[in-house]
Design a protein around this ligand. Sequence first.
Ligand code: PGA
Length: 258
Amino acid sequence: MRVPIIAGNWKMNKTVAEARELTLAMRGALDAVQGVEVVLCPPFVDLVVVAELLRDTSIRLGAQNVHWEPKGAYTGEIAPTMLQGLCQYVIIGHSERRGYFGETDEMVNRKVRAALDHGLTPIICVGEDLAQNEAGETEVVVSGQVRAAFQGLSADEARRCVVAYEPIWAIGTGKAATAAGANAVIGGTVRGTLADLYGEDTAQAVRVQYGGSVNSRNIAEFMAQPDIDGALVGGASLKADEFVAIVRVTARIRGGEL
Ligand code: PGA
């Protein structure tokens, strides 16, 4: 059974002091929820303080990016060896990384490889932009991104990954995909591609989130879909009440599957 997973992507928000405040405002409520894996993904500079605050709780910690080399002359980058032991998850290939910072499918694949080699669970982001969506290219784009990201991974390694399907037109726009539409891409294209690569059993074992304008009002529709295993939440993860509500609704709908 796939354990639902809700991850909060704080993006480039929250100073260390603000990160402490936000974590403290949610920690007790999130820790009390059963049957849902909860991951906070603050900026790098906040990781140490948030890790300390999450110690002895069930809440997991994730980074928003990682370099593929274990160390070296890469000014401004963070190595997987630095994240190992500090956090459990790392978001890889977010559309903002791909779009603003030139991350290619090949770089995403290297980062996924590096994360797995260092005991980190990658949350691999895929998704089409508006023009691709309107041109009917969603399946081609998303399946290509999945194939590239998983290149060279064994079935066991694939099972350790989480995929986040985030249509770019839905991110930060307030216009979420329909739950049925997201489920169709996740069940048909993401799992379909994984089934091509690894067989149906592995495809059924990989957790796939939806991301893009998820909030406490629409999460129930997404979690009612059979192929959607959780959400990658941006804006709504910056508000303690909203994020707690999203996790609680998820637990109510799907937490009982554990
Ligand atoms: P959003 O962002 O929830 O603010 O749309 C989601 C994401 O980019 O992961």
